[in-house]
Design a protein around this ligand. Sequence first.
Ligand SMILES: [Zn+2]
Length: 390
Amino acid sequence: MRVLRAGQVFDGERFVGAADIAIDGGTVVDVGPPREYASEVSVEDLVDVTVLPGLVDAHQHLTWDCSTDPLGWHQESDDEALLERGRANARQALAAGVTTVRELGGRGLVTVSLRDELARDPSSGPTLLVAGPALTTPGGHCWFLGGECPGESALRAAVERLAAAGVDVVKVMATGGTLTPGSLPHESQFGVAELRAVVEAAHAAGLPVAAHAHGTRGVADAATAGVDTIEHVSFMTADGVAQDPDLVGRLVETGIPLSITGGTVPGPVHPAIAARLPALQEHFRGLVASGANCFCSTDAGIGPAKPHDVMVHGVTQLVSLMGLPHDRAVAMSTSRPAAALGLSDQAGRLARGMPADLLVVSGRLDEDIEAILRPERVLHAGVVVRGPGQ
Ligand SMILES: [Zn+2]
């Protein structure tokens, strides 16, 4: 057993002050106030740091190249090239302290292979949940991943195929998106009947459903169909953003987990997003304030502003752009997404019995949210993947 003694610890929900974190192998065996230990226990006193659970990014595209042309990237790359890119992106995410990633759209079954490969070595990347190709309409949003389904029976068959191939979650494109030529984010691709077919088939196979939905009708239909998370939830219209108070009321009432897309690095943003940015920020502020079950995820991989370590900017921007208190912002990036993904006993919290997935940052995160941008050490399943002892 070894002990990390930190001046500040965040347990997944709140800052608890100075604490000892005892680790045995890959597991946290105790978190509590600093105390004495038997002489054979190594206690490492970490000065001026905050220790928090590894970040949980519930929406990434690990095999994408962060260019402005994802269609071109997929057309010019064979599966080995996608896999190689996925390995590098996974290392980048982990080095920033993202220890759990839900992969929501890669071509074919490449991401299933990537998940199984990374699971053999905790230092190679985060723990992954993968969807394989997102299910979409013929020629619809992200058709180039290979998940085109013309109707209900094709959707059910595709879910069964993906379940047999070992995916962890089913992703469906309820609406169009900004990055596929010819696709419009505010327009629905599937209605309630088709989304319900996906949910029924997935739940029958023991899998949750993540629905991509920008337009208000797509968000409403995804909620009605009973999906497990709604991605983006941007309430986009043809030329802006229009929050629908009745629908927000329904989302609050049902408590359905909402995966709010956040986190960008300085640089060009997709023009369709840039034009709507002030309205989107206002919308998200209102959604979070409404009491809806929101958490932060990034959509990493889809463009130059979205590298795979961008989650740390998501944390700071929840504070700087949305005015959230520090503990809430960090919880929305650790314990809240973990709960939404059904991983409350595997990720997002620092407590006895949890995997030793830890991020150690320089400074006091409760006072300075930008401390999250200064990682000193990252542990994944007890293995030091960044910092001394690596
Ligand atoms: Zn996405």
